[in-house]
Design a binder for this molecule. Structure first.
Ligand SMILES: NC(=O)c1ccc[n+]([C@@H]2O[C@H](COP(=O)([O-])OP(=O)(O)OC[C@H]3O[C@@H](n4cnc5c(N)ncnc54)[C@H](O)[C@@H]3O)[C@@H](O)[C@H]2O)c1
Ligand SMILES: [Zn+2]
Length: 358
C-alpha cells in the first residue's frame, strides 16, 4: 500500500501519482515530450498554484500558450464556458499535438477533459486534481463533460488522461467541507471494495485532520479500486455501474434541490437510503455501519426537505413510468459485495427517499 503510483490498465495505460512533493517535471518528462500546452484552472485554485505550475512546465522545456481561469463552481461546467475556452485555445494557437493541463477540482477536470476530447478532435490531457473528490474519483476513468440546463453531465465523452498527478500539498488549502465531500466517494468505494480498503476507512478522522499519510492511503485505495473497475468496463456497459452506489438517489436529490445541494451530501443521504433498501431486499444490515462512517466524515445522513416526487421523476427523467414499475439500483449484499441493476419498486424507493429528506 505504500506506493503512491497506480497504473490504470487501459489502452494506452496511464499512471496516477499520489504523494506530497511529486516532481512534476520529472514525471512529465517520462510521459510526454515537451511541447506547447495550456493550463485550465479556476478562480480559487489559479491564484494559489497556476504560476508555480507554469514555471515548472517552462523549466521542463514546455511552452505555455495560455493560462485560463474559469469562475470556481459547477456553474462553469457549461457549453457556454466550453465555447469560450475552445475559442481561446484556437486564438492562442494551440495545435493538434498540444496538451491541456487541468489544474483544479472535478469541475475543471470534467470541463477541461471535454475541451481536450474535442478541441482539434482531441489533444492530450493531463489531470492535476486539487480537490479530494477529484483525486479519488473524477480525475481517473475518463468521463468528461459539461452540464445542460436540463441536467448534469448531459453532454460529454470518454477521454482517458495521459497522466494524473495528485499532489497532497494542494489539499492544505481545500476548505474542510470539500474534504468531507471527497470522503463520501472514498466511503462509497471502501464499502464496494471491502478488504483492506474497507479496514482503512478507520483513518477517515485522521484524514479530516489533514494527516497526509491517512489521506495518501485512502486516495491510493480509491484510485486503485476505481482503476480496476474502469479497466474491466471502460465504457460502463456493465459492472462499472457499481460506482453509482448511492448516486441514483443522490442525483435525484441534487436535481430536486435545483443543484443547490453539494454532491457529497446528496450521495451521503443516497447511500443511507441504499443501505436501508439493501436491508429490506437482501437482508444485510449495514445501516448503522453506513451511518457511523458517514458521521465520522462529518457528512449528513439526511438532506433538507425537497419534494420526493421531484426526486423520483429526476431519477427516471427519460422514461415514463407506470405505478409498479421498478427503478434499477446498486445495492450491497455485504461489504465488498455489490449487486447492480436490482429492480426496486417505485413505492419502496419513495419510502426510502422520504426517510432521508427533511
Ligand atoms: N468525471 C467523473 O468521473 C466524475 C466523478 C465524480 C464527480 N465528477 C464531477 O466533479 C465535480 C465536482 O468536483 P469537486 O467536488 O472537485 O468540485 P469543484 O471543482 O467545484 O471543487 C470544489 C471547490 O473546491 C475548490 N478547490 C479545489 N481545489 C482546491 C484547493 N486545493 N484549494 C482551495 N480550493 C480548492 C474549487 O475552487 C471549488 O470551489 C462535479 O461537476 C461532478 O459532476 C466527475
Ligand atoms: Zn459522486
Amino acid at each position: 500500500m505504500d506506493s503512491g503510483r497506480v497504473e490504470v490498465p487501459v489502452a494506452p495505460p496511464y499512471q496516477v501519482l499520489v504523494g506530497p512533493g511529486i516532481n512534476l517535471a520529472e514525471v512529465l518528462s517520462g510521459t510526454l515530450e515537451p511541447k506547447v500546452g495550456a493550463i485550465l484552472t479556476d478562480s480559487n485554485v489559479g491564484p494559489l498554484y497556476a504560476s508555480s505550475l507554469q514555471r515548472t512546465l517552462e523549466d521542463a522545456g514546455w511552452g505555455v500558450a495560455d493560462v485560463v481561469e474559469v469562475r470556481a463552481g459547477e456553474g462553469s461546467k457549461t457549453l457556454q464556458t466550453y465555447a469560450e475556452l475552445v475559442g481561446r485555445l484556437a486564438r492562442a494557437g494551440l495545435t493538434r499535438d498540444g496538451a491541456l493541463f487541468a489544474l483544479g477540482g472535478g469541475v475543471v477536470g470534467d470541463l477541461g477533459g471535454f475541451v481536450a476530447a474535442t478541441f482539434l478532435r482531441g489533444i492530450d490531457l493531463v489531470q492535476l486534481p486539487t480537490s479530494l473528490l477529484a483525486m479519488v474519483d473524477s480525475s481517473v476513468g475518463g468521463k468528461v463533460g459539461v452540464d445542460l440546463p436540463e441536467g448534469k453531465n448531459l453532454v460529454g465523452s470518454f477521454l482517458q488522461p495521459r497522466l494524473v498527478v495528485a499532489d497532497l500539498g494542494w489539499l492544505e488549502t481545500l476548505p474542510a467541507p470539500e474534504v468531507s465531500h471527497g470522503l463520501a466517494e472514498v466511503i462509497k468505494m471502501g464499502l464496494l471494495s471491502g478488504g483492506t480498503f474497507f479496514d482503512d476507512l478507520d483513518r477517515i478522522e485522521a484524514a479530516l485532520d489533514g494527516d497526509l499519510d491517512a489521506l495518501r492511503v485512502l486516495i491510493v485505495h480509491s484510485v486503485r479500486f476505481k482503476a480496476r473497475i474502469v479497466a474491466e468496463d471502460e465504457l460502463e456497459r456493465g459492472r462499472r455501474a457499481i460506482l453509482n452506489y448511492g448516486h441514483t438517489i443522490g442525483h435525484g436529490l441534487e436535481a430536486a434541490a435545483g443543484y443547490a445541494l453539494p454532491h457529497g451530501e446528496a450521495v451521503s443521504a443516497g447511500m443511507v437510503a441504499a443501505a436501508r433498501l439493501s436491508r429490506e431486499r437482501l437482508g444485510s444490515d449495514l445501516v448503522a455501519l453506513h451511518e457511523d462512517l458517514l458521521r465520522s466524515a462529518r457528512l449528513p445522513l439526511k438532506v433538507p426537505a425537497v419534494d420526493v416526487e421531484k426526486v423520483l421523476s429526476a431519477m427516471g427523467r427519460d422514461k415514463k413510468r407506470r405505478a409498479g414499475d421498478a427503478y434499477r439500483l446498486v445495492l450491497l449484499e455485504e461489504v465488498g459485495k455489490p449487486l447492480w441493476g436490482v429492480p426496486v419498486a417505485v413505492e419502496e424507493v419513495r419510502r426510502m427517499i422520504g426517510g432521508v429528506v427533511g
